[in-house]
Design a protein around this ligand. Structure first.
Ligand SMILES: O=C(O)[C@H](O)[C@H](O)COP(=O)(O)O
Ligand SMILES: [Mg+2]
Length: 311
């Protein structure tokens, strides 16, 4: 398979930029690395707005709600509107509400944080676990008295949870072990995510113990990129022509596969999860983007300002 073109000239950036009406932008690894905005990206986002492009932020990070992301973007000085922001937490809440028609008298047991709980609240889905201090504790070793099943639990939803522990895993596992009708959902299955100049375990690595313990008896439905429920949540709110849309991401397995699965062209950026040799090395990935660029910020030269201006 012919390797995708590596874009590194203003002419190539212009040709691509002018061919796109809708930019779907991954966040971690494309817009920012942890708390630091990627150099040049603010200029590129301003240029997109100035040229009338539609922007949709698409992140597998379920720790924040749309409202929280809006606050984060505001603090970073990035223009973003809540209805442009699609996190896997929001997509999971939409999926449970609209696709599962999750019953009002049932609760979902959550491995996750405040943002995910806020999105569930926004669609009226009751939840337990999550940030509940009762569950964010270490239990005495080999004490299983803490696992008294809650008959109102009708689903287990796993997202990024920095408070993961045996009590939460044990409770989530027991619901899925004992009742095949309890839905098993993951917000996303990212192995790692880029931050602070390196990588840390992602959501997929936090729900892996559950999947491993269930030994194939239960397979999770995964909501986030590269899966269809995330795109369904987006097109329920935004109409766009896939032929003139571009998915920009740093992760082949999530962002690029998501774009490829949805019939969009894709732009892979470096500096995040994917290394250049995965595309141009001796054994390239079987998931390949349409184009590659060092950084989305490189397109800032199209705004005509001095190249050294980095914001
Ligand atoms: O949940 C995780 O593992 C991370 O938050 C996720 O990988 C980052 O999401 P992105 O914005 O890169 O889709
Ligand atoms: Mg990313």
């Amino acid at each position: 398979m012919t390797p995708p073109p590596f874009l590194d000239t203003p002419e190539a950036y212009t040709t691509l930029f002018d061919s796109v009406d809708t930019f779907l932008l991954d966040c971690d690894g494309v817009i920012y690395h942890g708390p630091v905005v990627v150099p040049g990206v603010k200029r590129v986002l301003s240029l997109m707005r100035a040229r009338g492009k539609k922007i949709i932020f698409v992140t597998n990070n379920a720790t924040k709600s749309r409202r929280m992301y809006k606050t984060t973007f505001d603090k970073l000085g990035i223009e973003a509107h809540e209805n442009e922001i699609f996190g896997s937490g929001y997509a999971s809440a939409v999926y449970m509400s609209r696709i599962l028609n999750f019953p009002a008298d049932k609760r979902v047991y959550v491995l996750g944080e405040k943002g995910l709980e806020e999105e569930l609240d926004s669609v009226g889905i009751k939840h337990c676990g999550g940030t509940d201090p009762e569950d964010r504790v270490f239990i005495p070793s080999m004490d299983f008295s803490y696992f008294t099943p809650d008959p109102t639990v009708g689903a287990v939803l796993c997202g990024f949870d920095s408070g993961i522990n045996y009590k939460k895993l044990g409770k989530a596992f027991s619901y899925l072990r004992d009742d095949p009708n309890v839905h098993f959902l993951l917000t996303n299955q990212d192995k790692v995510f880029p931050t602070h100049g390196t990588f840390y375990p992602g959501s997929g690595s936090l729900s892996a113990p559950l999947v491993f313990a269930l030994q194939g008896k239960r397979e999770p439905t995964i909501i986030g990129k590269p899966n269809k429920p995330m795109m369904d949540a987006i097109i329920a709110e935004h109409q766009f022509d896939p032929a003139r849309a571009l998915m920009v991401g740093d992760n082949l397995l999530t962002d690029i596969a998501f774009g490829n699965n949805s019939g969009l062209r894709t732009l892979l950026v470096m500096g995040g999860v994917t290394q250049k040799e995965q595309i141009y090395g001796d054994k390239p990935s079987d998931i390949l983007p349409t184009f590659v660029v060092e950084s989305l910020g490189d397109l800032a030269v199209l705004d005509g300002q001095p190249a050294e201006k980095t914001a």
